[in-house]
Design a protein around this ligand. Sequence first.
Ligand SMILES: Nc1ncnc2c1ncn2[C@@H]1O[C@H](COP(=O)(O)OP(=O)(O)O)[C@@H](O)[C@H]1O
Ligand SMILES: [Mg+2]
Length: 282
Amino acid sequence: MRVAIASCLRIPEPDLDEPLLLEALAGAGIDARVLAWDDDAAPFAEHDLVVLRSTWNYYQRVDDFVAWVARTGQATRVLNPPEIVAWNAKKTYLSELPERGIDIVPTEFVLQHAARRPVADIVGERGWDDIVIKPVVSAGSFRTERFSRETLPAAQAFLDALLAERDAMVQRWMPSVDTYGERSLVWVDGVVTHAIRKTPRFAGGNERVSGEVAIAEDERAFAERALLPFAAELLYARVDMVRDAGGTLRIMELELIEPSLFFLQSKPALARFVSALARRAR
Ligand SMILES: Nc1ncnc2c1ncn2[C@@H]1O[C@H](COP(=O)(O)OP(=O)(O)O)[C@@H](O)[C@H]1O
Ligand SMILES: [Mg+2]
């Protein structure tokens, strides 16, 4: 059995999961190697299974990436599955979650080719004070900035610059990222394995995460409910959530493509990942 771990040619930051994963796969007798999705010569099709991992530059060429995943999925097995990757690559997927009773961070999409409302109108109508503006296709806090009612002209200028290149979104800034924290619940092969807490990160900042944190029962249930429609198809997932002022859990991101899985914080999660992967590659 040969497994390809998909990364990219110029990784924006080190993948802390990768050495642990490679070591654990080797320990399980699985022949794995890291290949770059954006290397045209990389022989992904020669492998029995391709596992998407640190393909962290994909947001710069999202259409190419989604097409590459689909193509590779015709030649061999790709996990997570190509159709789910295509759906998850644009944060507009968030707008489908409330229909399923899954609350999201309050969001207004501002799309390049649709009628646009000024930020001041959005903020006024929604009654928001602080906001975050970010791209619809993004990773690693790329071009993600916070503004307030006092900095609306700067917010509008930032949004206009973003829209010249890509679709954008305006969200209510969630104050609990500074207190309770954004929680990432990691899910492997049907089970929530562990959780970490993230420190707020805006453009240019580094990711800082905690050790393993306790998972509240409502957090676990929320993550499971959010993943339910895909659960049978997924190998891994991460559900990033925050609490609003009333304590309601809201999705920040459903990460089904290339989330860090924080294996450093959980050996059992790594073991579960490796055995689930081995089962699927057979
Ligand atoms: N609405 C928001 N309220 C508070 N912080 C936010 C909000 N949106 C984004 N952030 C901060 O920016 C980071 C990156 O945003 P996120 O939506 O997770 O995109 P990505 O991880 O794909 O770059 C979050 O982890 C959080 O620290
Ligand atoms: Mg995120």
